[in-house]
Design a protein around this ligand. Structure first.
Ligand code: FAD
Length: 488
């Protein structure tokens, strides 16, 4: 095994470090920031409020367990989680409230009772979503799509054959509009396009399998919050001998005669024959490999959405709110047109509120809550963010105050904001996009950058900007693909 460098201690970089260490490599992780996690960081605000800074929804927890098991450890000694029930509280613009229970039948009965839609409609859709997931996930998410060998297995040929029926010619929204008789359910399921930063009015109906992750396989809450995922994996990596070098950004990937030879940081040059970039693929080429020809078509794919987040310490408990809460806008189409066409924020955006204090009481003082309030927004392209933030803050306060019958502005005791330029500055994600390129295009899965370089031997890529895509589970899968490519 050769010494391996990983550029970035995001969740994919940490998972790759664990896997390569288990394979016997001597692994060094270079991280530009003062600590690990990248988008999956945590923050504290005065008054005793703790927040998960980025991701809040956790699915496919076995992908985390698997890393401890690979290293011969019992996952429960490091990391625990529970299945969330209910999963989400929905507040529709017309005043209807709906609870998404973990059990599909219970959820379908709730829909029947609150929305007067036959339970069978929901169950039929969820089961179809499950079948679509089972038919394709093994292929499109778990293997490199860029190695000829991938296309030779019977499983993959089956998945490719299933693709046309799964909906390459219609959009997610069209699929949902055909499946549901009530526009509120269409909006509810359209929202899953945002799980990879896409637009339901453009993204292919294939993505209608996303709800299966949450409703079929479950949403989970890690003990101590999402940050515990990164924390427990770093502990494991350190036990396996991985060296983390913080505040040491990689400035250049060193190469010679078509192969990587090491990395350059402000502290000097280091020799490595294996280099894995967990940095967004666009700045990896632009900044770290300025003399290499870049795959322009891949790098030019439209970005996924970004986020505007208000972290609020709230001096009240709201028993009607759970961990995940959605306050839908009146006009969903207008909201996505604003993001993806006009590159701005709709004056009536859907608001997502994540509250962990109910599950982790130390996250807020007694009687208070820690609100992570997020709006989907376009990636950073030079918009006037201070102006957009000021307008949006008012719109958000109006929307949640009206739904909860409270003056939320008067309850804010602490506040911090994270916007697309801030996300870009902190994580180097191009434009502050949350999930690399968007999946608004039918062929998006094939147009993401592969997990290896076709030009430089020894160079690999993991993380949300490359195959198979963004979000915690897919980042963990990218680590699995990279380590198996290196092994072979
Ligand atoms: P990143 O987290 O992007 O980390 C990259 C790391 O590399 C950073 O630490 C950065 O400092 C470091 N780095 C960059 N350049 C260099 C360099 N030159 N040298 C050294 N270090 C460098 N996902 C979900 O699954 N569920 C959710 O609910 C969810 N919600 C989200 C909400 C928000 C607000 C955000 C921001 C993201 C959300 N996501 C969610 C997406 C998820 O967080 C990301 O897909 C995932 O965390 C990305 O991990 P990554 O490994 O690609 O790297």
């Amino acid at each position: 095994p050769q010494p391996a460098a990983i550029i970035g201690a995001g969740i994919a970089g940490i998972a790759t470090a664990v896997r390569l260490a288990v394979q016997g490599h001597r692994v060094t992780v270079f991280e530009a920031q003062e600590s690990f996690g990248g988008k999956m960081h945590q923050l504290e605000l005065p008054g005793g409020y703790r927040f998960d800074g980025g991701p809040s929804l956790f699915t496919l927890p076995h992908l985390v367990d698997e890393l401890f098991q690979l290293a011969g450890r019992n996952p429960h000694d490091y990391f625990r989680y529970q299945r969330l029930d209910p999963i989400t509280q929905y507040f529709f613009a017309d005043g209807t409230r709906l609870t998404a229970w973990a059990d599909e039948e219970q959820f379908a009965r709730e829909v029947e009772e609150k929305l007067r839609v036959p339970a069978a409609e929901v169950l039929r859709f969820l089961r179809r979503s499950g079948r679509a997931y089972e038919a394709t996930a093994g292929t499109f998410l778990q293997k490199s799509l860029h190695k000829a060998g991938t296309y030779l297995s019977p499983e993959v040929l089956k998945a490719l054959a299933a693709l046309p029926q799964l909906g390459l010619t219609s959009t997610m929204h069209q699929r949902h509009a055909a499946a549901f008789s009530d526009p509120r359910l269409v909006q509810l399921f359209d929202r899953f396009a945002t799980y990879n930063g896409s637009d339901p009015y453009q993204a292919p109906a294939t993505l209608s399998m996303i709800p299966h992750l949450e409703h079929g396989l479950g949403a989970f809450y890690p003990e101590g919050g999402i940050y515990a995922i990164a924390q427990s994996l770093v502990r494991l990596a350190e036990e396996l001998g991985v060296e983390f070098r913080y505040q040491e950004p990689v400035l250049e990937i060193l190469t010679n005669k078509g192969a990587v030879t090491g990395v350059r940081t402000p502290k000097g040059d280091y020799e490595f024959s294996v280099v894995v970039s967990n940095m967004d693929v666009v700045p990896t080429y632009r900044r770290l490999l300025p003399r290499q020809p870049a795959p322009e078509r891949t790098l030019g794919q439209p970005r996924s959405s970004s986020a505007l987040i208000f972290y609020w310490g709230i001096a009240q408990r709201f028993p009607e709110l759970g961990v995940h809460n959605i306050f839908f806008s009146q006009d969903y189409k207008r909201e996505f047109d604003a993001i993806f066409r006009d590159k701005t924020i709709s004056p009536d955006p859907t608001v997502y509120v994540n509250i962990t204090a109910g599950h982790t009481p130390t996250d807020a003082p007694a009687g208070h809550e820690n609100w992570f309030v997020m709006i989907n927004v376009p990636h950073h392209e030079g918009q006037n963010w201070p102006e957009l933030i000021a307008q949006t803050r008012q719109a958000v306060l109006r929307r949640v105050s009206q739904a909860l019958g409270a003056d939320v502005a008067s309850l804010i005791r602490a506040e911090q904001v994270w916007d697309p330029p801030g996300i870009e500055a902190r994580t180097s994600s191009f434009g502050g996009a949350l999930y690399g390129s968007s999946s608004n295009n039918t062929l998006a899965a094939f147009l993401r950058h592969p997990n290896f370089s076709g030009q430089l031997a020894g160079l690999y890529f993991c993380g949300g900007s490359v195959h198979p895509g963004g979000g915690i589970p897919l980042c963990l899968l990218s680590a699995r693909i990279v380590s198996s490519l290196i092994k072979n």
